[in-house]
Design a protein around this ligand. Structure first.
Ligand SMILES: Cc1cc2nc3c(=O)[nH]c(=O)nc-3n(C[C@H](O)[C@H](O)[C@H](O)COP(=O)(O)OP(=O)(O)OC[C@H]3O[C@@H](n4cnc5c(N)ncnc54)[C@H](O)[C@@H]3O)c2cc1C
Ligand code: SF4
Length: 547
């Protein structure tokens, strides 16, 4: 790739060999010779790509800057593990660059030189250290992308932008693939990616004869297979946590500072990947939708933080899984397990990013059902009698992690049934999870979970009554509410709220064939039963904070 190219006085877009658009800033006179420049390169907290081409050669004329700044700690209220995790990983990354001989400028949050914003720190560095050129990596968040673009117009030296060399698609690939189509079907995108990258393909056909093994997956956890012990690191982040508190950053959730569990270096990230492929992958698909109080992650990988900070590359994760499945020690990994996992990364992750760039910034305002309620306080305090919500929230506060079905079918499902404003739901998800970065969080939350985009991501709202939660978890055992009951003092709130949701939003959903069966069931109900459920829901909605 030739990342930078300047002509005349015009800011231009060029396309690099990997088909990513790269913005090249304004150069006032003639060609740029990098060797004669004194260059400042910015690395954001989620751009910790150890294998980026920027770092292949060391050059004393290039300084890399990383900053812990209030701008990033304060744009939403974050879980303490999230802030500490990002800072710890950034520090490890900076140290690794220094060890390789690169020039690194690192601003700690409490550094007196730190002016707590990207603009101010960069402007000061340029002025004081006479940099002749500024470069940054394409941000993944719209917020930072706009900020840096605007800033580039204001700084007095040429600016260049390079690709992060992380994703398997360009920002616009999903939009281009579905150009002119109303729906962006993930399944079509995923098949396109399988073919394009020749992954799990045999003679042009999908390995195992099917593209999708969801039918054989999705079992309840029955205890037949022991769940491996959680992979946890013992990073000491005490100094970071004290600094965060001393600086007055408001966070929530709990942390064990001397045994910080998440991977914060490339070595640890690889370690976690190895643990996943050898111990969890063999049952990943089977139990991917199961929930149990016995384990927070079951057979899930917990690799999202390492992936989203870019310590791991998505293709190396996919290849590691495929290689392990085909190795002498991995014959227990069936195609159903492997395909289930590959789909998450090759399909869902890239697809969500494509939707984000196709629809931002308007996406962040969408509220299809015009929901206006507040998020109940128990999303922060756990003080609810609903066992499933309490379990998912408690775990999220303690671990900064919940797996996909907990996020989608428990906390997300309930927020949707309760008519919570998507802004409130987004802020909670964006703050609480270790892996939450807007490009992936908002499309999952506002789109997939809250259907606030009116069906861009999901073909129907992900709602369920207690039946699904009971089927897929042990949460209903010992719950104050009864999963079998729709009305009465111990009726599970999910039951009446489910039918009430359908009744309230009939005009918006009636033409959706995927919901048609639910409406038929609602319409076939005896009047007395339907009215009872709707009355019960009305009562529950009026006292949602007390459930
Ligand atoms: C309401 C809601 C909010 C979410 N917010 C986030 C978020 O902020 N950040 C985030 O990374 N994921 C988010 N997800 C997607 C998914 O829940 C997490 O990626 C996953 O739970 C992370 O755990 P894991 O690494 O154990 O995943 P695994 O189940 O082991 O999956 C492997 C990897 O696949 C990718 N993946 C799986 N599902 C998705 C998906 N739907 N979208 C994108 N990537 C996916 C992740 O990188 C994940 O690490 C959200 C889902 C929902 C329903
Ligand atoms: S009974 Fe209802 S509230 Fe209780 S755990 Fe089951 S689904 Fe959740």
């Amino acid at each position: 790739m030739t990342p930078f190219h300047f002509i005349g006085c015009q800011a231009i877009w060029i396309v690099c060999e990997s088909q990513h658009q790269v913005y090249a800033g304004c150069e006032r006179k003639g060609e740029v010779t990098l060797a004669t420049q004194k260059i400042l390169r910015l690395i954001l907290g989620d751009q910790l790509n150890y294998r980026h081409s920027w770092f292949t050669k060391k050059n004393d004329n290039i300084a890399y800057v990383l900053m812990e700044i209030r701008q990033e700690t304060d744009y939403v209220k974050h879980h303490i593990q999230k802030v500490a995790g990002f800072f710890a990983a950034m520090r490890q990354f900076a140290d690794a660059l220094k060890r390789k001989g690169h020039v690194v400028i690192y601003y700690r949050l409490d550094d007196p030189r730190n002016q707590q914003s990207l603009q101010r720190n960069i402007r000061t560095l340029i002025d004081k250290q006479q940099f002749t050129r500024f470069e940054y990596l394409m941000p993944d968040e719209y917020r930072l992308d706009s900020q840096l673009e605007k800033m580039s117009d204001q700084i007095p030296i040429p600016v260049g932008v390079a690709d992060t060399e992380h994703f398997l698609t360009a920002r616009s690939d999903v939009e281009d693939l579905f150009s002119g189509k109303k729906r962006y079907l993930m399944e079509s995108f995923y098949r396109h990616m399988r073919k394009k990258h020749n992954l799990l393909m045999r003679d042009g056909k999908p390995e195992g004869g099917k593209w999708n093994f969801d039918q054989s997956n999705r079992q309840r956890y029955d205890g037949a297979v022991p769940i491996p012990q959680k992979k946890s690191f013992r990073n000491d982040v005490t100094q970071i946590v004290n600094m965060i508190h001393d600086c007055g950053v408001t966070t929530f959730g709990s942390i064990e500072p001397t045994r910080f569990q998440w991977p914060v270096s490339r070595r640890q990230a690889l370690n976690m990947l190895r643990e996943f492929t050898t111990k969890r992958l063999p049952y990943f698909g089977t139990y991917q939708d199961a929930m149990t109080t016995e384990s927070e992650a079951l057979f899930h990988s917990r690799l999202s933080f390492a992936l989203n900070t870019k310590m791991l590359h998505p293709m190396e994760v996919i290849k590691a899984a495929i290689e392990h499945a085909g190795s002498a020690s991995g014959p227990g990994v069936s195609i159903a397990q492997l395909e289930g996992f590959v789909r998450q990364i090759l399909g869902w992750r890239e697809y969500m990013r494509g939707i984000y760039w196709a629809h931002m910034p308007a996406y962040a305002q969408l509220n299809y059902f015009d929901h206006q309620n507040k998020l109940p306080e128990y999303y922060w305090t756990v003080e609810t009698r609903m066992n499933c919500v309490a379990a998912a929230v408690r775990q999220s506060l303690e671990q900064a992690y919940a797996h996909h079905i907990q996020r989608l079918m428990v906390t997300g499902n309930f927020a949707l049934l309760a008519g919570v404003h998507p802004d409130e739901v987004d802020a909670w998800y964006l703050g609480i999870y270790i892996d939450a970065i807007q490009w992936v969080e908002i499309v999952n939350t506002r789109g997939m979970s809250q259907y606030a985009d009116g069906g861009i991501v999901a073909t129907k709202p992900y709602i369920s009554s207690a039946k699904y939660i009971h089927k897929m978890s042990n949460y209903c055992d010992g719950c104050f509410y009864s999963w079998k009951v729709g009305t009465g003092s111990n009726a599970c709130p999910f039951n009446s709220l489910y039918w009430d949701f359908l009744a309230r939003h009939r005009s918006k959903l009636k033409d959706n064939f995927r919901v048609a069966m639910m409406y038929r069931t609602l319409d076939r109900m005896k009047n007395e039963k339907r009215e009872g459920l709707l009355q019960q829901a009305k009562q529950y909605r009026s006292e949602i904070a007390l459930l």
